[in-house]
Design a protein around this ligand. Structure first.
Ligand SMILES: Cc1cc2nc3c(=O)[nH]c(=O)nc-3n(C[C@H](O)[C@H](O)[C@H](O)COP(=O)(O)OP(=O)(O)OC[C@H]3O[C@@H](n4cnc5c(N)ncnc54)[C@H](O)[C@@H]3O)c2cc1C
Length: 402
């Protein structure tokens, strides 16, 4: 094809463009990014973890693309000397109901093809994480940490070297079909392309609507706050320590993460946010809040999860409650170990009109267009595999149109 446009210069947009470039699918590939720099949202406001597919329902896209994705991401990092470390993680069960859920999780991991999972009890846990206390733990040796900002820099560089363009300050305002071409309007110009892929993260539903789609889901932003551990608290954590997640939610729970650039972060919680790109607790956008409040799925969601929603919102203002959650994993951690706020991220989580949270990656298509409408965690780990998946869909769609 002549020209492919990817909307969104986050890790998934860049990875998709890179996969299309490697396969020489288009003479010209343009990544349109609305901001002055790429990767400024979810892809650089995350935990920096390489997830290997433990949590996801066997057979789901998340399960498949996380398993493929971590392998591809690690080999990308090796090939381009990008900092990463496969340090492994433990998921810690602190009471009997959690032990039973942990064993379900292990079964999922095995079904998803994870290698080397280890069930730990008693002293075995402390041999790996000396300060973690629990009834049982699952060690996941394939997981690790990575510098996603460096990954994105390299992806951008490879695209430019191949003669393609990553255009910043270029928001896609509207997509319109004209014959068998797609016209993407930006404030600067209208650009014609053979195919458009929407990877706009927190704005993907708006971009889809600008193309005339009526998705059944809408993006509801969930902010996640982190705390940094003070140097005195750092020896309490060796690698990655996660709780057993609530299986009805797509969030993994507040965890400890050793960062690739040094230091330890604790978080993120999951709080309904009043701004899609709002990284402070008090950030507010009238448009975003109005859209959230007028989306019928929100009320059905609030009815399904009343306790979780309100307690998370209340708790986000309390360092004491945050600490209590962390003490479930490491009882020795104290207030003085939480040195300063470690920033936050906002998840683009799609909610269906019926109030259910979309648990899997999801996409919608129409001739000449693909719209990725739900790509939360492990989207960064799986980005190269998601890119492959999207361009395979694009090829199939284009072939059917012929
Ligand atoms: C708190 C948190 C922790 C996470 N932890 C992990 C983790 O440890 N490991 C992991 O694998 N995943 C993690 N994730 C998930 C992961 O970060 C995301 O799945 C991934 O970054 C999504 O990438 P993206 O490119 O779709 O979105 P984004 O990074 O949000 O990029 C979308 C881009 O589209 C641009 N855009 C929007 N609208 C337009 C428009 N109209 N025109 C042009 N450009 C537009 C935006 O400016 C943005 O740059 C986490 C996410 C969060 C929020």
């Amino acid at each position: 094809m002549d020209r492919l446009i990817i909307i969104g210069g986050g890790i998934i947009g860049l990875a998709t463009a890179l996969q299309a470039s490697r396969k020489r699918l288009a003479r010209e590939i343009i990544v349109l990014e609305k901001d002055v720099r790429t990767g400024g949202h979810q892809s650089s406001h995350n935990s920096g973890v390489l997830h290997c597919g433990l949590y996801y329902k066997p057979g789901s896209l998340k399960a498949r693309l996380a398993v493929e994705g971590i392998r591809e991401m690690v080999s990308f990092c090796r090939e381009h000397s990008i900092s990463h470390e496969i340090c492994g993680k433990i998921v810690l069960a602190v009471d009997e109901p959690e032990v039973s859920r942990l064993s379900d999780l292990m079964a999922r991991g095995v079904a998803n093809g994870l290698r080397g999972l280890q069930w730990l009890e008693g002293r075995e846990i402390q041999e790996i994480e000396p300060h973690a206390v629990g009834r049982a733990a699952l060690r996941v040796p394939e997981e690790g940490i990575v510098d996603y900002a460096a990954v994105m820099r390299k992806m951008g560089e490879l695209l430019r070297d191949a003669g393609h363009e990553v255009r910043t300050g270029a928001p896609a305002l509207k997509i319109k079909a004209s014959g068998n071409r797609q016209i993407v309007s930006t404030p600067q110009e209208d650009i014609a392309a053979d195919f458009v892929i929407n990877c706009a993260g927190l704005h993907c539903d708006r971009v889809a609507r600008s193309a005339g789609l009526h998705p059944e889901s809408s993006i509801i932003p969930f902010r996640g706050d982190y705390w940094k551990l003070a140097p005195a608290g750092e020896p309490l954590v060796k690698h990655l320590i996660y709780p057993v997640p609530d299986p009805t939610l797509p969030f993994l729970g507040v965890h400890f993460t050793r960062m690739i650039g040094g230091g330890i972060e604790a978080g993120p919680n999951a709080v309904l946010a009043f701004k899609r790109e709002g990284y402070c607790r008090t950030d507010f956008s009238l448009q975003d809040t109005w859209e959230t409040l007028t989306f019928p799925g929100l009320y059905r969601f609030l009815k399904k999860y009343p306790g979780t929603t309100w307690s998370e919102l209340r708790n986000s203002f309390s360092k004491q409650v945050f600490l209590k959650n962390l003490q479930r994993l490491i009882p020795d951690i104290r207030m003085e170990h939480l040195s300063r706020e470690g920033g936050s991220g906002v998840r683009a989580q799609a909610i269906h009109r019926d109030g259910s949270l979309l648990m899997d990656f999801s996409l919608e298509q129409k001739p000449g267009q693909l719209h990725l409408l739900n790509a939360p965690s492990p989207g960064a780990t799986a980005s190269l595999a998601i890119g492959n998946y999207l361009i395979a869909k694009m090829q199939a769609t284009s072939a059917n149109a012929c």
